[in-house]
Design a protein around this ligand. Sequence first.
Ligand SMILES: Nc1nc2c(ncn2[C@@H]2O[C@H](COP(=O)(O)OP(=O)(O)OP(=O)(O)O)[C@@H](O)[C@H]2O)c(=O)[nH]1
Ligand SMILES: [Mg+2]
Length: 394
Amino acid sequence: MQASSSNNSFESIDFSNLWIIAIALLILALIGLLLFTKKRKKAASLTSEKRPIAQASMPSVPSIVEKNAEETVTHPARPTEISEILSTDEKAWLSKLKAGLNKTRNALQGNIKSILFNKSSLDEETLEKLHETLYRADIGPVATDNLTDKLRTQFKGKSPLEWPEIREAIKSNIIQIFKSVPNPPPPTARPLVMLIAGVNGVGKTTTIGKLSAHFLAKDQTVLLCAADTFRAAAIDQLQIWANRLNVEMIRHQPGSDPAAVVFDAVKAAQSRSTDVLIIDTAGRLHNKVELMEELKKIERVISREIPGAPHEIFLVLDATTGQNAVQQIKSFKEFINITGLIITKLDGTAKGGVVIGIEEQYKIPIRYIGVGEKASDLREFRPEDFVEILFNDE
Ligand SMILES: Nc1nc2c(ncn2[C@@H]2O[C@H](COP(=O)(O)OP(=O)(O)OP(=O)(O)O)[C@@H](O)[C@H]2O)c(=O)[nH]1
Ligand SMILES: [Mg+2]
């Protein structure tokens, strides 16, 4: 009975419905496949969008964005002072130096030559005249005595006198004076703190402008400090240099405490990682004790903040003042620890011989010399060039 009923149900299946179900299943499978492929494609495109960094690091043709970026970058114009320094090569500098030292050269070489003209030996009368010439050229008493004594010994009994021989003897005697001065390499600290001192009008502020331009030309960063707070005009004068050279400057109100502005400048140089901090100070008469004490206070403030600083204390001297400049070293030395000298205004003076006397007497290295008002008129002092220019025959 059961068998017959099951047979009946089997027979009741409608096979035409099975075909419909199969087709529907097939369509569903196709739709599923379609959706799956679409999803994969989208995933693939998303992954490729995440790769621009790797692609950017590949050497490729510059993109429009890069090109636009190049076009919109603006570089500040290079100050003329720096361009002048960079374009003053060795030859140009030597001819500047020669032109600047012209008067001193005439005072020395010109006069010595005329004394020796037609002389067959270095007799006492001739030596006396040589002594006077050296003295008048502001070489100073000590160096004048020493140079004359040396020539007396070197040319004793020599006849005839040959100018080239005497010239070489004078040159090497003067070079020896310069060589006897210890010249340690410039400190490498950062910030390198430079304190600039000197009497009124010797060229401190101008020299600071020139020095800054030289450091900038060597790609170093510079911060200026206007510690000459006595005169508003002095602060403004330094500010003009800062603006021209596009460097920053720390300033306070006129009349404020110079040590306070120096303190702020040291802090600023430290926090900004400045390469060189240059401090301008007021011109002061070397016999005014309270002003010299103030300079000492500035030095103390700096060394309290940065042990070992100021790394350079430059005394600026005006060559046109001759022996007066020598006196200034003596007075400043009593108060501050001078590390080097800067001799300005060697152009247009016959008193450039003072450089030799200073070295003989004080043994303080001359670090820079100035032969004009432009930044490119300041250079590191090289004794050989100096002596060569004073005594060569061209
Ligand atoms: N010919 C010549 N003039 C110079 C040189 N250095 C500076 N001067 C000029 O000297 C004058 C005084 O220069 P300053 O830089 O103001 O001198 P200072 O020592 O700062 O003066 P105070 O701040 O008043 O003490 C300016 O007219 C400068 O242009 C140089 O090497 N040659
Ligand atoms: Mg000044």
